[in-house]
Design a protein around this ligand. Structure first.
Ligand code: PGA
Length: 246
């Protein structure tokens, strides 16, 4: 696991965008695994600015997102479909039929298996962008999720629903379930870039970086098994880490 320590969220966003752009330059038809939430917003902004300035093209790119809330329509402003549209997709030249997110309205076992098959049929994810939850979740894989699972439906923990209530009017509006790529799905990505910013992630980062073997009580610990993980975190998120940083 490579750790890149940066001064703040802005630098984190720039660095993550730079790594994504390097991949696109090298492989213009790459498959990008994308994340939602507060952390990646700045990364998408950087990519949009680059697209406008340097005309980096997404016309051959495919994207697959980590997760979606269950029971929510793609048009709902709180859906991750809407998030991706408003933060990224509407600004770039990525064809509509090359963007994929799990379907929050069809969460059957078949639909979950279909999502994993789709990723495989695209040749697998070249780079998966990840955030991390305060409880160590990646995607929406909450503590206790078996680390080998494919795409599946999860019951969101109270702590995750509370953390995400800021995007909704109130806690009661936050869906109770989500459909998420499993950790097994995530670990198949060729490269993983995990971004973290702020003091509220310090505890989770400290725990994640101290695991040497995966432990399903803390899902992000699964990343120790992966050969190509880059963590980009700001000083606040790394404030509890005792060992030397890059
Ligand atoms: P956040 O969420 O970026 O909104 O903090 C990250 C996550 O829960 O994975």
């Amino acid at each position: 696991m490579k750790i890149i320590s940066v001064s703040d969220k802005n630098e984190m966003s720039k660095k993550a965008a730079q790594i994504i752009l390097e991949l696109i330059k090298e492989k213009p038809n790459a498959v990008l695994g994308l994340a939602t939430g507060g952390t990646p917003e700045g990364t998408y902004k950087e990519l949009v600015v680059d697209h406008q300035k340097n005309e980096t093209s997404y016309c051959q790119i495919h994207t697959v997102n980590l997760d979606e809330y269950v029971g929510i329509n793609p048009e709902d402003p709180n859906s991750y479909h809407s998030y991706m549209e408003s933060h990224f997709f509407k600004y770039i030249d990525l064809p509509k039929d090359q963007r994929f997110l799990p379907d929050g309205k069809n969460t059957s076992v078949e639909a979950c298996a279909h999502y994993d098959n789709l990723i495989e049929s695209l040749g697998g994810v070249d780079l998966q962008l990840l955030g991390i939850g305060r409880n160590g979740h990646i995607g929406f894989n909450e503590p206790g999720t078996p680390l080998t699972m494919g795409t599946h439906v999860v019951q969101l923990t109270e702590s995750t629903r509370k953390a995400n209530a800021r995007f909704f009017g109130s806690l009661s509006e936050v869906p109770e379930q989500a459909i998420t790529m499993g950790i097994g799905t995530i670990l198949k990505s060729k490269k993983i870039v995990l971004i973290a910013s702020g003091e509220e992630k310090a505890e989770a980062m400290n725990r994640m970086l101290h695991f040497s073997v995966p432990d399903d009580c803390f899902p992000a610990s699964a990343l120790v098994q992966h050969p190509d993980v880059t963590v980009i975190a700001d000083e606040a998120a790394l404030s509890l880490i005792k060992f030397s940083k890059e």
